[in-house]
Write a protein that binds this ligand. Sequence first.
Ligand code: UDP
Ligand code: MG
Length: 318
Amino acid sequence: MSRPTNPLISIIVPVYNEQASITAFISKITPLLAPYRYELLFINDGSTDNTEQLICAEQEKSSFITLINFSRNFGKEAALTAGFDHMSGDIGISMDGDLQHPPELISVLIEKWREGYDVVYTVREKRDDESWIKRFATRIFYLVFNKLSQLSLPEDASDFRLLDKKAVAALNKLRERSRFMKGLFSWVGYKSIGVTYMPDERHGGASNWGFTRLFNFALDGITAFSSLPLRIWSYVGIIFALGAFIYGGILIAQTIIFGKDLPGYASLMVAIFFFGGIQLFSLGVIGEYVGRIFNESKNRPLYLVDTILTSEIIDTND
Ligand code: UDP
Ligand code: MG
């Protein structure tokens, strides 16, 4: 396998209100990148704090920093996408700007790439400070996802990854709006390997992920990669229709043999509520998919770039 001996490395960092850690991030990563040819690509995902100013201040010192400003907050997945769209390296490495992804690992990732791997993902070691409920929920999610979709997601793989430029090119072809990046990375394939690491504490600020956001994220992931939740209702429908048919037969037989049997308010109510519930739930599932079809069909851009700032020139993108 022939690899360029001195590859250009694009580090892709989505940032959203990271003023507490961005300067520390840059001063930590810069010496580590010194042996390489590199570009540091920050995607400012509509920060409302001083993140942009702080990055611009760093640009005065380093000519390797590029800043892409979004017109508003589009979410981390969109920011990552923009990074992969705009990078020009032979290798793209995506990582968080809060120093939870140890920059020391970059050299390990590049080493793996040199060995011939096109995708090197990192796997978090278990942390004790995460609540058991969050860990439990994550486990369930991976279990369900891997069962429902044809893909197998490496468990606990983070968004700290290295992609060879051919994997990046493949990824850039996937323009769906509901972007479940972990799934997209898996879908693309290529020769992959995992590297484990222990995540550091957040350097400053707070995580932007609440529990509902994580739940929606999981829902997005599953609906984007599996239509089984839709098909289940056909089976449920068939089973209940069959049951109803048999029970109907029994009722008719009973009426013929034993005569009319009027009392039955409780069982009727239970049946009505039960089937009402099932119908609403299945409609809800269908709705989830219809909503996503609606979203995709609008065909809106995944993100809007306001400005792209490099050290020398300032140009406005369309
Ligand atoms: N981030 C972003 N847009 C968002 C939320 C987060 O670009 O809407 C960035 C954030 O600045 C950080 C990375 O995505 O660099 C991971 O975010 P966070 O630390 O909040 O997530 P966690 O580490 O809890 O997964
Ligand atoms: Mg974080």
